[in-house]
Design a binder for this molecule. Sequence first.
Ligand code: TXE
Length: 501
Amino acid sequence: MDSEKCCDSGCTPCERDPDGKEPLDLCNYVGGEFVCHSGDDWMNVLEPATGHRFARVPLSSEEDVGAAVVAARKAQPAWGALSISERADWLDRIADSLEARYEEIASLESRDTGKPISLARAVDAHRSIANFRFFAGLLREHEQEVFKMVDATNFVIQKPVGVGALITPWNLPLYLLSWKVAPAIGMGNTVVCKPSENTPMTADLLMQVIDEVGLPAGVVNLVHGDGVGAGAPLVAHSDVDLVSFTGGTDTGKKVATSAAPAFKKLSLELGGKNASIVFADCDIDSTVAGVVRAGFLNQGQVCLCGSRILVEESIYDKFRDRFVDAVEEMRIGDPSDEATDLGALISGEHLEKVSGYVELAKQEGGVLLTGGEPCLPAGFEHGNWMAPTVIEGLSSDSRCSREEIFGPVVTLHPFSGEDEAVTIANNTRYGLAGSVWTGDLERGKRVSEALETGMVWVNTWLHRDLRVPFGGVKDSGVGREGGRWSLGFFSEAMNVCVKHD
Ligand code: TXE
């Protein structure tokens, strides 16, 4: 993005920054200090809803990444030597400080991502604090595993891995960054965070909090920048022992290619193309509401979104009509309005990608039942807006039915019988999540277990217990985080076998 243009319409920032203020220039956070990046390349941070520039993010380089890794390495021995309960106390201090800034997190996240303030409050701010509190509690409960033999005892020691690279995307910025930082430092690692260049603001706020609580210097570091300039050098850095990545599948491949030869511990949480499977015996009122939420939460920009809706033939027409009515009732517009259900998409580039899939759907024989065009709420002409879109009539083999669109676009597919539902649901390169809506809970579990995914919800969606494993299969990623799976990933298990009489 040209630093002199704040959007593709060619206007200059001064015409578009209504308050006329200079944008806030963000800094990196290295070794306990806010520092400028070594270069002078910047990227504008634009409000997705208005296109207004409100900050600039540094495009850091390999040199900046190197300094952050050095700081992390230097801090790791002392940090790793603390007791697990001492580190848990630090997580609670961070949570307390975040809690005091709850509303600020919500409004900043809403402004930075374009999501409705109600969502930023209920999901992003709430969960970011909960992540630190949850892992503080889990660490305190964590007991060393001991396996006794007749003549020996095995002690399992979970040691820190070392320096971790935590790379996060733009859809749930602080929610996902905190999900990684908390267990990573809780298990004694030190980290270098690289948030998305599209949504750097709450990562910056987290560094302010970390600075305020006085976390020892170098335990958490942050380098802003894009994938090529900062992300890739961070993954490749010879002194990075572990990489936890959440983002797109194609980028995940690049990360894996770079990390694998050095045998770095690697966790990849990637894209999804999840099915919501609706059986005729479902409670249709709660199912329509649940499947609309699963399809369009965060403007469909969640890897867990149910973007394919499979409906048992006998209720297809009735469900379709009820579903489209509910979609059309959603309010799209000003993210700062408490009544808004749908905000803007993250960027003009992403809007173009999603719009391209709608055009492709038409070419693939799809019929648009609602939506399908960019919409511009009054006063938000420079935002990235798309009306929620519902498409039917596509083959389950079509590209739009198998590829991740990651926007407010869902496809409807009728099925007859469980086997066909499972076949359609599994007919994609992804395998992250799904949901099954039925009055028969045995069937709900049976169909769930037949899905090639890492997670399934029955008669609900995104109902999260942080103790459970989170992750996917196939092109949705490798590994699991969450609960003890996070503690396991962010540590190296060592067994000490002590012989006795
Ligand atoms: O993700 P990227 P983006 C999907 C969704 C979306 C697509 C791209 O389909 O359209 O991914 O979104 C950093 N080495 N999801 O562009 O490119 C990058 O700077 C190291 C699903 O946000 O994967 C950012 O911080 N790092 C996903 C992070 O990786 C690199 C949520 C993610 O960027 C890098 C978001 C590289 N070579 C998008 N290139 C989910 N699973 O929820 C980029 N990065």
